[in-house]
Design a protein. Structure first.
Length: 94
């Protein structure tokens, strides 16, 4: 279940990133900056990341991927909290 939630957090990150870019912010991640500049960020975040999440889910009973799945979940949870905090700050001070 945590892998599915991490994938949904990935999509939320994409949506909020696109929102911030539309308001003049820049992407700091070089890979995603390249993807945004070439208009394939949706493909990278939905399809490529989706395949990675699928692999984590498929092999969820293997100890390494179980640990990796929790690590990815934790990282996306932190990233999403940070991004939502920035979104709330934007709404307050816009």
């Amino acid at each position: 279940m945590h892998i599915l939630i991490a994938y949904l957090l990935n999509i939320i990150d994409l949506l909020l990133t696109r929102f911030f870019i539309s308001k003049g912010c820049v992407e700091l991640n070089p890979l995603m900056k390249w993807a945004i500049d070439h208009n394939c960020d949706w493909f990278v975040k939905v399809v490529v990341a989706g395949m990675a999440f699928f692999v984590l889910y498929w092999y969820r009973d293997v100890k390494f991927t179980r640990i990796a799945g929790w690590a990815v979940f934790g990282l996306y949870a932190i990233l999403t909290v940070w991004t939502i905090t920035q979104f709330i700050i934007y709404l307050i001070y816009k």
